[in-house]
Design a protein around this ligand. Structure first.
Ligand SMILES: Nc1ncnc2c1ncn2[C@@H]1O[C@H](COP(=O)(O)OP(=O)(O)O)[C@@H](O)[C@H]1O
Ligand SMILES: [Mg+2]
Length: 308
């Protein structure tokens, strides 16, 4: 039996119905090709086009669905029912990770630093929110990824339009204190942090927005990240606690910032981060010697030790 045969028939789940479908199609195709090159009997499975009941008959699943439906515990729950082992985080951790507010509440409850925020409803007193958080703030839909529907607000008069924009993507919207400083992302493999990457969006964008993430090639990725060895270790340790606090498992990514005073602030956890060959987790894994193909197989190996 070849080594890859131990995986049996693998459904690579990608596509889906979320706002991040296009990103998932790219990531999933890259993972599928990597697994096939590694001799794994892998097949594409787009739950937008086929009934999930057709997953019966596969031996395990590699989840490369981003956003709602695929990263939030729904497909994980289906796979639990079907007794199919799957990559990454389980139902509860996925549901928490998809919700930026629930994630922050857990981090706050675990004494982990996350930027101050307020949930915005139609009854919110925006002046009071500005008084609490100061300006600028960043407005975010609570359940989206890929910077969809987000804006930086520098002036009180722009607040309402930013909320309106975010509301088009999500019924629940939050305002978060703007952190001025450097941005980092911490990838996980086998539940352990990989080398930290610094993200430096081009000077003409306010933040690492959708376009900077997927359409431009002038974002700078710092690896090594420029932190001292001690600082990098403490950021990795902080993120490991944050990863475990939300119940994330296996692989994933945490976004964080460092303010001008040197304090770290956790932004969010991604339980199914991007997996194109130029995505962040592959870059971090490459720094410790994993090719993209080896990384995909290593993520899939997590499913061998799961009791389905
Ligand atoms: N509090 C903040 N202060 C400054 N920039 C932020 C803040 N929160 C998010 N950003 C910027 O917005 C980007 C997207 O935010 P994030 O919370 O990671 O959501 P997602 O990646 O799910 O869209 C971050 O990568 C960062 O560039
Ligand atoms: Mg992010």
């Amino acid at each position: 039996m070849s080594n890859a045969a131990k995986f049996g028939k693998v459904a690579v789940l990608f596509g889906g119905k979320s706002a991040e479908r296009a990103v998932s199609l790219d990531s999933g195709q890259a993972v599928l090709e990597a697994l096939l090159r590694s001799g794994v009997q892998a097949e594409a499975f787009d739950p937008q086009e086929r009934s999930v009941t057709e997953l019966v008959g596969y031996d395990r699943a590699f989840i490369v669905l981003h956003g709602r439906g695929g990263e939030d515990g729904q497909i994980q729950g289906v796979l639990e029912w079907l007794n199919l082992p799957y990559t990454g985080t389980g139902v509860q951790g996925s549901a928490i990770g998809m919700d930026k507010v629930k994630t922050k509440q857990i981090w706050q409850g675990s004494d982990l630093p996350t930027a101050p925020y307020r949930i915005i409803t139609k009854d919110s007193d925006l002046d009071a929110v500005i008084a609490d958080l100061g300006l600028p703030v960043i407005i975010k839909p609570v359940h989206e990824g890929s910077s969809v529907g987000m804006s930086k607000v520098e002036k009180a008069e722009d607040f309402a339009a930013a909320i309106e924009k975010a509301t088009q993507h999500d019924a629940i919207v939050m305002a978060e204190k703007w952190i001025t400083g450097r941005e980092f992302t911490i990838s996980f493999l086998n539940g352990q942090p990989l080398p930290v990457i610094r993200l430096q969006p081009p000077a003409d964008v306010a933040f690492y927005d959708y376009e900077a993430k997927y359409q431009r090639n002038d974002v700078e990725y710092g690896i090594p990240c420029g932190l001292s060895e001690d600082e990098e270790k403490s950021l990795q340790a902080l993120c490991l606690r944050a990863f475990q606090a939300v119940g994330a498992e296996g692989w994933g990514r945490i976004d964080a910032m460092q303010d001008e005073q040197g304090n770290f602030w956790l932004l969010e956890v991604n339980t199914v981060p991007g997996m194109t060959s130029h995505s962040l987790v592959p870059k971090a894994a490459q720094a410790v010697g994993y090719s993209f193909d080896q990384l995909c197989v290593a993520i899939l190996e997590q499913t061998l030790t799961q009791s389905a």
